[in-house]
Design a binder for this molecule. Sequence first.
Ligand SMILES: *Cc1c(COP(=O)(O)O)cnc(C)c1O
Length: 469
Amino acid sequence: MAVHSAAHPDHPPRRTAHPRGAGTNAIMTEANPGLAARLETPRHRLAEEPVPAAVAYELIHDELLLDGSARLNLATFVTTWMEPEARTLMAECVDKNMIDKDEYPQTAELEQRCVAILADLWNAPDPDRTLGCSTTGSSEAAMLAGMALKRRWRQRVDDPTRTPNLVMGADVQVCWEKFCRYWEVEPRLVPMQGDRFHLDAESMLPFVDEDTIGVVAVLGSTFDGSYEPVAEICAALDRLAADGGPDVPVHVDGASGAMIAPFLDRELVWDFRLPRVASINTSGHKYGLVYPGVGWVLWRDTDLLPRELIFDVNYLGGHMPTFALNFSRPGAEVVAQYYTFFRLGRAGFTAVQQAARDVATFLAERIEGTGRFRLISRGDELPVFAFAAADDRVDVYAVSRALRERGWLVPAYSFPENRTDLSVLRVVVRNGFGHALAESFLSDLEAAVAELDQETGAPRQSGSGGFHH
Ligand SMILES: *Cc1c(COP(=O)(O)O)cnc(C)c1O
């Protein structure tokens, strides 16, 4: 294959000027003017010939402009902004493979420091006995924690005819239903009831039996940002065990809240201070303030993680214990997590999370103040709140669409079984969403509602296209 040297993938043409957002015009200065206009972007199969790096960059860059502005995305929990220094560090680490701990011992060391920092933040009683690792996110962390629970149950119950079950609220994130399906565990979803939108001690107990591998408590719920009462759930299970019932461990899914509560709710006891809490996960890429994808899972004690789940890998050199679903994985996110810990410290994290909570509670109050909406939560736990229409005249799905026309991404969705009648809008306040943006969001929301009021015959609750948290 003859490849013109300027177009060889190993020698991408260097361009001096790189006008941002200039679109395909920028490529006209290349040696092959008009190439970009003639090119078809590969959709179903590889093209026969390579293209210059600059052309590939520009076309993909332009296509991604359609993705919408992360700043106006109030739907996602995932970090969309990091400091330039963090980006530089990540760029320096893109080629480091996390699994290759012998080749990159320092990256492995930073991972262990992050685990130690989290163990301290989550009040692990004996740091020397705490085990933990990084993952690609809370979903992989949930699979690992769930597997450990299932193994421990299997060690207790040596009877292949019995089916393990996992007890959790109907508000759990989809990763827990995934865990149950992939690992053949019966999901026991405790339904919502009236204005109880998450799991509590009383509603949980009837679902627990000898085959319960664990109870998942969520801090906090993706439906409305509320914290589940972990201490009460643990106390109820303590009583159950003391009365001769099953002794059931608790896993806390702190995907968001395990990075909020240690800074803003220090008096709230939800973590390893509760002896029944066996393991905790969090998403580094949510309120851990790192780009996707990094998560963490920690066990309070080495005894809680069955040894047979840990593999000893030696063919990369050295002997390294690993517990993960993936093998190769980028190290950059782990380095970035260490950067945020180092950079912000306790005071920095507290300030960032407090700012998010302040904006969330301010916005929730103002939305309530319009009189057109009713708050389901107030943004005072996770900086996340949900609100429903105050009366029949507002259709939250239409509001979501109208906001989208103005560039805002605010999902509308209905609650699960038992409360499918309840449809809400949800706002997730993240680092970088300040009071100024909150004010423009409010005026756009008011304008959207006023505009919808004008339209006659708009059907109420016109339905959603489905929404994944
Ligand atoms: C986001 C989330 C998850 C899944 O986390 P990923 O990091 O996206 O895999 C699990 N549980 C809760 C409560 C969440 O908010």
